[in-house]
Ligand binder design. Structure first.
Ligand code: HSE
Length: 436
């Protein structure tokens, strides 16, 4: 049978990995797909980066717009990242009748709705396994393996850079900036690393996971996002003393009132498997009503792990080329006509337990004032840890763990506590999830 010809946009970390994996495993991939999958054309902004690659048999094209309409190309693989020109190229590829495989989480999270609408209209496939959690086949698992379930919630460590930073801070007491620099050198971090530490990259991925889990449109603008830049070594230490680890989690949960979409640093009990996912590794827990909790773990970034997902998508698309569009797996797991408009909760309406760290004057009645304010908002305390004041100091840190509370009530309580004369500086608050 005639080979499937790929037009590859981008020869950076993931593009390079894809070339390598497709070449090295060509025979096995052909046996799986039923026909050869061959990169026919490639284009790259940075020709310097492509030199160490074996590009034998691949026609290098200077203009990516020419590549996406080339008659020889069956599938366009977009591995450039960023919005433009990636968005325009994907739309042009669809206009030209090409199927698309992409690893671009930002593109799917922000423009997926329009991209899938066009693909649907044209009877084309757009596959994006590599956009979430690198090499972990989480899209496939959610969209197909769990298709019999109502997903109740999912929680994931879906940014390798943040997990690497938090792990190094906890295990080696390393400095934030120094670890981030290492993640950049290793090729894990985004071109703009504030996307990693600010929680934006995780929010892109959560947007995609939530859409597939609940059959809702992609709604990045509704995700409550908080990054890890304010996490201090003392909080990592206090969390540990209380039996918790701090992880940047993406959480999507369905409740009677609507869907929670949030990314934030989170204390999780150290006995949970997710608490023990370290370094650049990613993991996602999905709780289905029929199956119960399931866990997916693996490399969330890097050249070949991400290429593993790109190539899996290529095999899927190659196999489905001859199937009727109506008989293919829908882009967002649910039939396009059945995507539901379930409300996404505003940040103030989300419920979560809290870790609070305050700096208080060491004198009678201060703790009573704090607990009275919490009681006024009906916030129950789960644990209190009071550290001794350092020699010569009159202020001491107090750490409180609360029961779950509506964010709005916690905002009010914190405002009142911060206005007490005996409390100094802002209160550090980090959400706590037991992941039961
Ligand atoms: N910057 C991302 C991460 C790369 O650190 O997880 C993979 O999407």
């Amino acid at each position: 049978m005639k080979p499937v010809i790929i037009g590859l946009l981008g020869l950076g970390t993931v593009g390079g990995g894809t070339v390598q994996v497709l070449k090295r495993n060509a025979a096995e991939i052909t046996r799986r797909a039923g026909r050869e999958i061959r990169i026919g054309l490639a284009s790259s902004r940075n020709l310097e980066r492509v030199r160490p690659l074996d590009l034998d048999g691949i026609r290098l094209v200077a203009d990516p717009f020419q590549l996406v309409t080339d008659p020889e190309v069956d599938i366009v693989v977009e591995l450039m990242g960023g919005i433009e020109p990636a968005r325009e190229l994907v739309m042009r590829a669809l206009d030209a009748g090409k199927h698309v495989v992409t690893a671009n989480k930002m593109l799917i999270a922000l423009h997926g709705n329009e991209i899938f609408a066009k693909a649907q209209e044209r009877g084309l496939m757009v596959a994006f396994e590599a956009a979430v959690a690198g090499g972990i086949p989480i899209i496939k698992a959610l969209r197909e393996g769990l298709a019999g379930n109502q997903v109740e919630w999912l929680a994931g460590i879906i940014n390798g850079t943040c997990n690497f930073i938090l792990t190094e801070m906890r295990e080696k007491g390393r400095d934030f900036a120094d670890v981030l620099k290492e993640a950049q050198v290793l090729g894990y971090a985004e071109a703009d690393p504030t996307f990693d530490v600010g929680g934006i990259d995780a929010a892109h991925k959560l947007t995609i996971l939530a859409s597939i889990a609940f059959g809702i449109p992609l709604q990045f603008d509704k995700v409550s996002i908080e990054g890890i830049a304010d996490i201090e070594a003392v909080d990592v230490g206090y969390a540990e003393a209380l039996g918790y680890r701090i992880k940047l989690l993406g959480i999507a949960r369905r409740s009677r009132a609507g869907i929670e979409l949030r990314v934030h640093p989170t204390l999780i009990p150290e006995r949970r498997l997710l608490a023990n996912v370290n370094g650049v590794m990613n993991a996602v827990v999905v709780k289905g009503d029929a199956v119960g909790p399931t866990l997916y773990y693996g490399a969330g970034a890097g050249a070949e792990p991400t290429a593993s997902s790109v190539v899996a998508d290529l095999v899927d698309v190659a196999r489905a080329l001859t199937a009727d569009p109506e008989n293919r797996v829908p882009h967002l797991a649910f039939q396009a006509s059945a995507i539901a408009d379930i409300p996404v909760l505003a940040r103030q309406d989300i419920t979560s337990a809290y870790y609070l760290r305050l700096l208080a004057e060491d004198r009678p009645g201060v703790l009573a004032d704090v607990t009275r304010i919490l009681a006024d908002q009906a916030i129950s305390i789960e644990a209190i840890l009071q550290k001794e004041a350092r020699a010569g100091e009159t202020r001491l840190p107090i750490i409180l763990l609360t029961q779950p509370v509506r964010e709005n009530d916690m905002d009010t309580a914190i405002r009142h506590i911060e206005s007490l004369a005996a409390i100094h500086g802002p209160i550090r608050r980090i959400r706590v999830e037991t992941l039961n």
